[in-house]
Design a protein around this ligand. Structure first.
Ligand code: PA5
Length: 425
């Protein structure tokens, strides 16, 4: 049970001395983070969050979830970036079919997308959770404006108050004003937790609980992560080994990290991971570019570049040890395809051999790799993985000497777009 980190395919690229050299910087980063003395120290609410979520809050969520699941057959989660990715990655990782079907809006401005959703909702009893920390983000604000009209045309005031739930700042922002004006139930996002670190706050917990996801399991795993990755001993802290390895590879010219998985239910986990690492590290002219691929599908499209292309890439494989469902490959009397060599084996056995082969081939092709393995694809291990990556990126940001908790660059396009739209900033 748990998460393991394998660094065998780094041995030709990094040496023990490399790790020894950065051990003092790693220790300093840990101390600054835990003493809350480093850059961005007013955004460290995530650090001990898993241990702080109260039983009373979880009970409140149980009540809300029971009501929503009873009066709805579709839940729409409206949000973007940190107010979207963690929710979707959790739902998809756990199989994509929670008790209450969940739909997403406000993560793009595609009229096709939203029209399609409105159509799908026509004959459904709908509830909406709208999430925005700032309360002013264009994509969810416009999607919510449209969905609110859709709901107002169907339901009376009392029903709307049961069916629209807001998750936003406790004091400021347009969404807070809307919630107060219409009397919508609202949940507060803590001030000291940034969007990309917020999956275990009401941002993730409210829609996930409403959809029927095991939020207690998620939190339990994150709590295990908080203990395990709180140790200031790189020998015993896999999150620190991961942070140190990627930092050392970056120093050696590996500028792109590709998160590679052989399990499609990890697709949105990779999307969540990209925001976490890209937004945390990409500043002051620095940052490893986080990319992702889904193998073995992408071995037939990106495999060539990975094996022989520009050599600035390292790879992090994300694997699952025990799949929940396997399929035995049947023996075929004629064996015309020549695959009786794996008859009687599970399909996952072959998938794992493909991983082993890929890691070995890429190693020879000058692409170092690490492998993070989750024993199981359940809520507990995902919670632990979220915390693993959050802790790793905080340490990694401090090693790079950037503030991993701000995102000033995200504002640049917004200022220009508001000017084009004639909207007051
Ligand atoms: O990390 C961030 O702050 C952003 O990328 C946000 O997650 C995204 O813009 C959504 O912000 P908000 O929750 O304020 O609507």
């Amino acid at each position: 049970m748990g998460i393991t980190l394998n660094r065998d395919h780094l041995s030709g690229f990094l040496r023990k001395e490399d790790y020894k050299k950065i051990a003092p910087a790693l220790k300093k980063a840990h101390e600054a983070l835990h003493a809350k003395k480093g850059p961005g120290n007013d955004f460290l609410g995530w650090l001990d969050l898993p241990g702080r979520v109260s039983g009373a809050f979880l009970k409140e969520l149980d009540g809300l979830a029971a009501m929503v699941q009873n009066n709805s057959d579709a839940l729409v989660s409206v949000g973007i970036g940190g107010s979207y990715l963690g929710i979707r990655s959790t739902v998809e990782f756990l199989g994509g079919a929670p008790k209450l079907p969940i739909h997403y809006a406000g993560h793009n401005m595609s009229s096709e997308d939203l029209s399609g959703l409105l159509q799908r909702l026509q004959d459904r009893r709908v509830s909406i959770v709208v999430i925005s920390k700032s309360g002013t983000t264009t994509e969810p604000a416009l999607a919510f404006r449209i969905l609110k009209r859709f709901m107002q045309e169907r339901y009376g005031e009392a029903q709307l108050k049961e069916r629209i739930i807001c998750v936003t700042d406790g004091k400021k922002g347009a969404l807070k004003k809307i919630a107060d004006t219409y009397g919508f139930r609202s949940f507060v996002i803590p001030d000291d937790v940034g969007g990309r670190f917020s999956v275990l706050t009401p941002v993730g917990l409210v829609p996930l609980a409403c959809a029927g996801v095991d939020v207690r399991g998620l939190l339990e795993g994150a709590r295990a992560g908080q203990d395990e990755y709180g140790q200031n001993d790189p020998e015993r802290n896999a999150a620190y080994q991961y942070a140190a390895s990627r930092y050392l590879l970056y120093q050696k010219g590996k500028l792109i990290e590709v998160l590679a998985s052989f399990y499609p239910n990890l697709f949105y986990v990779a999307e969540w991971w990209k925001q976490l690492f890209g937004e945390s590290e990409g500043k002051d002219g620095q940052g490893i570019f986080p990319a992702s691929v889904m193998y073995s599908t992408d071995l037939h499209s990106m495999g060539q570049l990975m094996q022989n292309g520009v050599r600035v890439i390292f790879e992090t494989f994300l694997m699952i040890e025990k799949v929940s469902r396997d399929i035995v490959i049947p023996k075929d009397e004629a064996d015309l395809d020549g695959f009786n060599c794996v008859a009687g084996k599970g399909l996952d056995f072959v998938n794992k051999k493909a991983y082993e082969a890929t890691a070995a081939a890429h190693d020879e092709g000058d692409v170092p790799s690490l492998t993070i393995t989750l024993s199981k694809a359940d809520a507990f291990h995902l919670g632990q993985l979220y915390y693993f990556f959050e802790k790793a990126v905080a340490i990694s940001g401090y090693l790079l000497r950037v503030n991993p908790f701000d995102q000033p660059g995200v504002e640049a396009y917004k200022a220009k777009m508001f000017k084009l739209l004639g909207k007051a900033a």
